[in-house]
Write a protein that binds this ligand. Structure first.
Ligand code: CP
Length: 338
């Protein structure tokens, strides 16, 4: 989808009186990172730094979204995304309503479009949507006059997770360009991997997707996503975990999505753990200070061993914490105008 570029925000200290330049002449929805420029990603990251500063204050609330209503419309379970969006919106003084499909009129057969129209009629300005069907937030965006923020759709995209991942990498490593980021595991079902590929490639990272052939939708050498300005390919596919991890700056283990697995993709979980589980010995193949990441929720002992998940190099809990700041930044940039 083609959307206009977001405008640079005012300093957070000035947010009590947002100037007229913050009217939504900018991007209206956040559906994926495929149409984000490097400048826009950096704008989100820089704004997130300011939001993180707010989170460090004794009183975390600013009035930026006072009078706005944010609806968390979750058609699929979530802990991190839903709660961090709720906290983010409340920190910005928005009114927040949580909508769970299973306890709504969706259970009586109300369609997605009718539900979106109903939420609009009830006064929603922003809808954060998670849905098990890829593309659902795009359909919602066609029928909603406010803003849709994709909180994860099927196997397609999870842009706010990717932005918080990239924020965490930049916070820890500085420059992202030239960094080797290995995304490991169930790539096939991972919306987190797809959005990270777009964002990281746009930031100039070298992305390596590693997993068993049945869980990797591309063959080695077949990928041409995320070409940089000089047209060099920055995304590689690697079945061999030892080769993939060599000199990695970041290792992001993905959840084995048992609920989305169809039969025949894996001989057994035990074989997967043997071949692709992230162990301390495998982490030692990466750079000595490599970051260990995981979007959560984790299957400890499957895609990542517990001692790795809670090791000195792990930033998994910081990813969760940063999720609030990044989602505050996105709400501010999308809905913080007059
Ligand atoms: N990473 C993530 O999306 O977690 P939740 O499913 O708990 O929101």
């Amino acid at each position: 989808m083609t959307q206009a570029t977001m405008e640079r925000p005012i300093a957070v200290e000035q947010q009590a009186q947002p100037p007229a330049t913050l009217t939504p002449a900018h991007r209206r929805h956040i559906l994926d990172l495929d149409d984000f420029s490097k400048d826009e990603i950096e704008l989100v990251l820089d704004t997130s730094v300011a939001m993180k500063e707010i989170l460090g204050r004794p009183i975390k609330k600013v009035p930026t979204l006072r009078g706005k209503t944010v609806v968390n419309a979750f058609y699929e379970n979530s802990t991190r995304t839903r709660i961090s969006f709720e906290l983010a919106a409340k920190n910005l003084s928005a009114d927040v309503v949580n909508f769970t499909a299973s306890s709504s009129s969706v259970s009586k057969g109300e369609s997605l479009v009718d539900t979106i129209r109903t939420l609009e009629a009830l006064g929603a300005d922003v809808i954060v949507m998670r849905h098990s069907e890829s593309g659902a937030p795009y359909l919602a965006a066609q029928h909603f006059r406010g803003s849709i923020l994709n909180g994860g759709d099927g196997t397609h995209a999870h842009p706010t997770q990717a932005l918080l991942d990239i924020f965490t990498m930049r916070e820890k490593l500085g420059e992202i360009a030239g960094r080797k980021v290995v995304i490991l595991g169930d790539i096939f079902h991972s919306r987190v991997a797809r959005s990270n590929v777009w964002g990281l490639a746009r930031m100039g990272a070298e992305v390596v997707l590693c997993g068993p052939p049945t869980l990797l939708p591309f063959k080695p050498g077949a990928l041409e996503w995320g070409a940089t300005a000089d047209n060099s390919v920055t995304v590689h596919v690697e079945y061999n975990i030892e080769r993939a991890l060599k000199n990695a700056d970041v290792v992001m283990a993905l959840r084995m999505q048992k609920e989305r697995q169809t039969s025949g993709l894996l001989p057994s979980i035990r074989e997967y753990v043997n071949l692709y589980g992230l162990t301390t010995a495998r982490v030692a193949l990466a750079r000595s200070n490599a970051l260990i990441m995981h979007p959560g929720p984790m299957n400890e002992g499957v895609e990542i061993m517990s001692d790795v998940a809670y090791s000195r190099q792990s930033v998994i809990e910081e990813q969760v914490t940063n999720g609030v700041a990044v989602r505050m930044a996105l709400l501010y940039l999308i809905a913080g105008g007059a």
